[in-house]
Structures are given as structure tokens and as C-alpha cells.
Design a protein around this ligand. Structure first.
Ligand code: NDP
Length: 609
């Protein structure tokens, strides 16, 4: 590690030096975490409603859309037109279920990629694994990492391929879903006066769908222009997702937040604004992201089954399962490979668990030293460089990959305003106060993320009433309860495509695809057998919840020691947040559980009515 002053001469000295460095680094990480811990945890954020509701307005839809309200019945109603809803629709159609209607508040398909169109938007998970249904659509992305517009186009191509535009309801927000025991149907009402019946409903409302604002004193006082990065205002900034923000010429711009969104858009704002202030609470870790164009020869050589094979290869590598080759070969597979595969190798040598934990921690320190050294090698000003260095373990926060972000801080018109973990002090009518200094800005952009860990129905922006009128919020008042993260007792024929109690994967559409296959199988079986209801049994649900809690314990120590963020419920881990987390056995085990369950064809843990 570069923290050593002199090269140690013997193995014992090297070990002692490592332990010394590790202790020092552990202490530094703890200090940085403690400085950020706050009593209000997740409550620190402002919910986007009431006087802040305009932050949710759709900048891309044409206004004045009207349609007749619907009072009819469909077999399957899917709520959400992002990758979750698209995959559910596509897999249902493939299974032969024709009567599918998708509802979404946006004016087209795309979900995350519909809303997020900020300059520089791209996906830093390799496009050949991230984009779903590539072989079904006979499509190979243009570059290793796709930009937002290509992903949005691909979403809409999936909809066209599976004829999902046929019965879609856009610019429509579901308000209530009520289970009617009498006719075994969901009664769904919307903000457009619809009253539809559905035999089955799928909730595919997304995990990071609801923008949040930082709870900064005076936030309502600002009189300049303002918006959330997930509703980019190109009318004001000019330009497009590839930059060239001509509207920012002569403007002073502030951006709050330095997560994955900010990392991608800051270089473009810096290139166009007269002055840019980047208000930072915690720096992201920024690794390399080279983006070669797709090699036409490689594309020609792809054989049927290549896409699933590549997705599985990526998912195995980032889950720490060694593979004969690394097909993706990027920052994700490299860094997780180093950390987890290192652990497995150590375990193979029959080492005691404490030694294995130490080995991983050292690998983590080394990786993060590499990230910190990269900052020094790019950023000219030593104080700015120091402030941009992340001091926490790699997976405490979402790792970022970008080749221009750090360099942007070498521009004379860009200033990093580091709040040293405390966050912005106050917002005034003219600007932002940090450390007693007021930074005047014409435009203030919130890259402050999305709600995580709040009530599911609040994030989905709907009310779900199950048997006897019980709400899902009540049902989950002591924590999420599901079978396979998808079925909830007393909420028959309802399928939740989300992450609580489901298997985590770095490439989220991979999980959605497995969930879509699963629900398509169940619904098709239900239709073929003429079932009224399919529902989690009491025992099925309890058994899964216990497994989730049990397996989650493995990762709890790690996140508890992390700097606060949405990965650890803003530093306030509790029994409940553990229960509400992912299935701790990992995605590979989770997908296998679902696959074996389908193969067994016994509907174990469910009741069929
Ligand atoms: P994040 O939640 O990751 O970041 C929010 C930022 O706002 C953080 O830097 C946070 O600081 C900061 N913040 C919050 N409150 C304050 C405050 N009071 N004062 C100053 N700063 C504050 O949101 P993003 O939109 O960046 O990303 C959300 C997720 O979307 C990512 O984690 C990722 O999963 C996904 N994404 C993926 C991309 C991809 O390439 N695949 C690209 C973009 C996003 P702190 O860290 O201290 O809390």
C-alpha cells in the first residue's frame, strides 16, 4: 500500500506494516463515518409533494392530453412501463397471455430512462449485459457502455416488438388498488377517472423512482431557477443529453449532490456554465470507464445464447463466483473479483474466518488507495484533490466510473465546495451557504437522489388494499413480508417486482427478467387451470421472511460500519431495515430457487383457489 514509507524487508515486517496501515485506515474511515452520522437518518430528506410537487412535473410530455375514462376489465394490469413492466409484458406475451394492459404516469415507455435525461446520462454497467432482450430484438448496442437515448430507444423497441403499445395507458397515475373478494378481481382507480377490473396485477414501479430533496433549511426560499436532475429542464439549460448547454452561458450554477448522477452531468455543466459550484457532502469513488465502440467482427461472431451467457458470466463474477473467463472485463468485475474471489481463495487455504476478513479488508484498502491515487494523478489543486478522495470501503456507496468527472475540477470556472460531511448549511433566496459563505447562483440543481427505505406505497405513489381492506402499509408495519419478494399473503393475484427480499444483482434488469419469467409462469398456469386466486400461504411467507433475516445477518456488520447512505439506511441499520433488504443469499441462489420452484411445478408456499 502506498501508505508505507519504506519498503519492508521481510514477510513479517510486511505483515506488521500492513496491520499498522489497516489500523490507521480503519480509524480514518470511522472518523469520516461518524462525522456524517445524524439522528434524523432517512427523515432528513424532504418528500416531494405539496409546495415541492412541481419537482415531479414531466418536462417531456406534451400538455393537454385527454382521453375517455375506462370502465372495463383486463386479465393482467401492469403498473409501470420501465424495464420491469416491459419485461413482465413481454414474458406474458411470450407465454401466450394476450390481455395485458400497462399503465404509467409518463408519456411513453422507459421508466428510469424516460425520466432521467440529464446531460451525460449513460449506464456504467456494460450494455451487452445490462440491456434486456438483446437477442429477442436482434440488437447489439453501439458501445460498451450505452448512453441514455439508446437505452430509452431500446425500451420502446421492446414495447413495439411485443405489441405493448396496443392497450397502454400513459399519463395515467394509479391511485388505489382494492381487492374484491366477491369476484376475485382487483378494482383499480386512476387520476383519469378510470375504474378498471383486473384478475392479476403486477407492480413494477421501480426501486429508485421517487426523487427526494435534501432537508436543507431555507430550501423553499430560493428565488432562482431550480429543478431535480431526474427532470432535467432543457428549456432553461439548452442542449441535450450529449451536452452543449448553451442556455447556461453567463449563468452561475450550483449542483447539490455528488452521486452517480452528478458524476455524469457535472462535466457538461462545467463545460457550459460561466461558474459551477459543486456542493459535496461525501465524494464518490471514481474508477476508469473507457468506452470502445462495438467491434463489428465480434458482433458477427456472436452465437445464439450469447446474451444470457454474458449476463450469467457478469452476475457470477460480481457475486464472487470464479469463472473460466471474464467476458465483461471492466471495473465491476475487476473490483468485485479482487475482493470476493480473494476471499474465496483465502477460504480455500483453510484460514480462520478472522484472517479471511482481514484479507478482504486489505484488498479493499488497496483498491480504495488506487482510487484515491487516481484523484491525485488527475486533479491539479492539492486541497481539491484531497476533498475528492473517498474514505470508506468500496461497497459502502455505489461505485462510479467516469473519465471526465475529476478533470472537470481543473477548469477555472468550476469550484468544489466541500461541506466536510455536514451537507449544505442553508439555502437563501440568492444561493447556498456553506461554512458561513454564501454562494450566489442563478440555477440550483438537485442531484440528491431518490427515496429508498421509505414506505413502499409512498414510493409507488398508490394505495393497495388487500383482503378485508387491509393496506400494504399496515401489513408491512413491522417490516416487509413476502414469499420470494413477490407475493404477499392476503393480497392475492398481486405480484410485486421490487428488490426487498429478492436477490441483489449489480445489473438490475437481470433481476427484473427473472421476476418477469416467474410471474408469467404463475399467471399462465393460473389462467390455464381456471384459478380464481394464487396467493402466498401463511407458512410460505413466514418461511421466506425468516430465511431473509437469517441470511441478511452475514452482511450486516459490513454495512453498519459504513459511511451513511441509502445502502445502510443512512447509518441507522435496524431489525426492520435488515428485513426490508435484499435476500442475503445473493442473486445466483435466488434465481436458482425460483427456477427450481417452477420446475417442481408444485406451487410450494402458495395457496391456489
Ligand atoms: P445518490 O443518492 O447516489 O446521491 C445523492 C447525493 O446527494 C449524494 O452525494 C448525497 O451525499 C447528496 N446529498 C444529500 N443530501 C445532501 C445535503 N443536505 N447536502 C449536500 N449533499 C447532499 O443519487 P444519484 O441520483 O446520484 O444516484 C442514485 C442511483 O441511481 C445510484 O446510486 C445508481 O444506483 C443509479 N444511477 C446509476 C447510473 C449508472 O450509470 N448505472 C447513473 C446514475 C445513477 P451523501 O453521499 O453524503 O449522502
Amino acid at each position: 500500500m502506498p501508505t508505507s514509507v519504506e519498503e519492508p524487508t521481510t514477510t513479517d515486517e510486511a505483515t506488521a506494516q500492513h496491520e499498522f496501515d489497516a489500523a490507521r485506515m480503519r480509524e480514518k474511515y470511522r472518523e469520516e463515518r461518524d462525522r456524517r452520522l445524524r439522528d434524523d437518518g432517512n427523515e432528513q430528506y424532504v418528500e416531494v409533494k405539496g409546495e415541492f410537487a412541481h419537482f415531479l412535473d414531466d418536462p417531456y410530455a406534451e400538455s393537454g392530453f385527454e382521453r375517455e375514462s375506462l370502465h372495463d376489465e383486463v386479465e393482467v394490469l401492469v403498473i409501470g412501463g420501465g424495464f420491469g413492466g416491459l419485461l413482465a409484458g413481454a414474458r406474458l406475451r411470450q407465454a401466450g397471455v394476450e390481455d395485458v394492459r400497462i399503465i404509467d404516469p409518463a408519456s411513453d415507455f422507459g421508466g428510469t430512462w424516460y425520466w432521467n435525461r440529464y446531460p451525460g446520462i449513460a449506464c456504467d454497467i456494460e450494455s451487452y449485459t445490462y440491456l434486456p432482450m438483446l437477442e429477442e430484438l436482434d440488437y447489439v448496442p453501439k458501445e460498451k457502455y450505452a448512453f441514455g437515448p439508446e437505452i430509452l430507444d431500446h425500451s420502446q423497441a421492446i414495447a413495439r416488438k411485443f405489441d405493448l403499445y396496443r392497450d397502454v395507458c400513459f399519463q395515467t397515475r394509479v391511485e388505489d388498488l382494492r381487492w374484491s373478494e366477491e369476484d376475485a378481481r382487483w378494482i383499480v382507480t386512476t387520476n383519469r377517472g378510470d375504474r378498471m377490473k383486473a384478475h392479476y396485477v403486477c407492480l413494477a414501479t421501480g426501486p429508485l423512482n421517487r426523487p427526494k430533496l435534501p432537508g436543507i433549511a431555507g430550501i423553499e426560499d430560493f428565488e432562482g431557477h431550480t429543478f431535480h436532475a431526474s427532470r432535467w429542464d432543457y428549456e432553461y439549460t439548452g442542449g441535450g443529453s450529449d451536452g452543449n448547454l448553451t442556455g447556461l452561458e453567463g449563468k452561475r450554477v450550483g449542483i447539490i449532490g455528488t452521486g452517480a448522477t452528478s458524476v455524469q452531468c457535472v462535466p457538461h455543466i462545467g463545460a457550459s456554465a460561466e461558474q459551477l459550484y459543486v456542493f459535496q457532502r461525501t465524494p464518490s469513488s471514481i474508477d476508469v470507464k473507457d468506452n470502445p465502440a462495438t467491434d463489428p467482427e465480434w458482433k458477427k461472431r456472436l452465437k445464439p445464447g450469447w446474451h444470457q451467457h454474458r449476463m450469467d458470466n457478469f452476475n457470477s463474477l460480481v457475486s464472487g463466483i470464479p469463472q473460466p473467463e471474464d467476458l465483461v472485463n471492466d471495473g465491476w468485475t475487476d473490483l468485485i473479483g479482487k475482493l470476493i474471489v480473494g476471499l474465496r481463495e483465502a477460504a480455500g487455504k483453510d484460514q480462520p474466518p478472522t484472517d479471511i476478513e482481514k484479507a478482504i479488508e486489505l484488498a479493499d484498502f488497496e483498491k480504495m488507495e488506487e482510487i484515491r491515487a487516481r484523484v491525485d494523478s488527475i486533479v491539479d489543486n492539492a486541497d481539491t484533490a484531497e476533498a475528492l478522495k473517498p474514505y470508506y470501503r468500496q461497497f459502502c456507496k455505489r461505485p462510479c466510473f467516469h473519465n471526465e468527472y475529476l478533470d472537470t475540477f481543473n477548469r477555472p470556472n468550476v469550484k468544489l465546495v466541500d461541506t466536510k460531511g455536514k451537507g449544505v448549511e442553508r439555502i437563501t433566496k440568492r444561493g447556498v451557504i456553506v461554512n458561513g459563505h454564501e454562494y450566489d447562483v442563478d440555477c440550483l440543481i438537485y442531484a440528491s437522489g431518490f427515496e429508498v427505505g421509505t414506505d413502499y406505497s409512498r414510493r409507488a405513489d398508490l394505495h393497495l388494499y388487500g383482503r378485508s381492506g387491509q393496506t400494504l402499509t399496515d401489513k408491512w408495519s413491522d417490516g416487509v413480508r413476502t414469499l420470494h419478494g413477490m407475493h404477499v399473503r392476503d393480497f392475492p393475484n398481486c405480484f410485486i417486482m421490487s428488490n426487498p427480499q429478492a436477490g441483489f444483482t449489480a445489473s438490475y434488469p437481470h433481476l427484473l427478467n427473472e421476476q418477469a419469467k416467474h410471474l408469467a409462469y404463475i399467471i399462465k398456469t393460473g389462467i390455464d387451470k381456471g384459478l380464481r386466486t394464487v396467493e402466498a400461504s401463511e407458512a410460505g411467507e413466514s418461511g421466506w421472511v425468516e430465511q431473509c433475516i437469517d441470511k441478511a445477518r452475514l452482511a450486516t456488520d459490513f454495512v453498519e460500519n459504513c459511511t451513511p447512505g441509502y445502502y445502510n439506511n443512512e447509518g441507522q441499520m435496524s431489525k426492520r431495515s435488515i428485513q426490508d433488504g435484499f435476500y442475503g443469499g445473493g442473486s445466483i441462489q435466488f434465481f436458482k430457487i425460483l427456477e427450481d420452484w417452477r420446475k417442481a411445478d408444485e406451487f410450494e408456499g402458495m395457496e391456489l383457489g
